[in-house]
Design a protein around this ligand. Sequence first.
Ligand code: RB5
Length: 145
Amino acid sequence: MAKKVFIASDHAGFSLKQVLVQHLQEKGHDVVDLGPEEAVSCDYPDSAFKVTDKVLSGDGSFGILICGTGIGMSMAANRVKGIRAALATCEFHARACREHNNANILCLGERVTGKGVAMDLADIFLETEFLGGRHLRRIELFNTK
Ligand code: RB5
């Protein structure tokens, strides 16, 4: 099913962002590219917060954030209440972060993950449903701290 996807990167994730925008559009998703428009040096928290704002205001929308490692993006995004950002480097991560953690943002590292694998991770992330049940109780505990 087609999803609304907000995507952004920093300079170190720019080229993977371009690949994923095209790939996800070809898959039929409604992709909104929040920048940058070229690979100029920029600060990844600024990009992260552009996407977190949109994901929180959207109805069931998802985000994808790409930096060099994916680590900085995930750290920044997870500071925002209501955001569950998951750094994924393998298919198991991409599936489990949806099934168990109801992740609403996928973080990727362009310096870590090849473009072909990254496309597969994005596909799995967007196609996998949250399992709910005991997993819902656990993610609700995030809001107790
Ligand atoms: C940029 O050099 C790099 O630090 C950034 O893309 C990211 O990997 C940070 O976590």
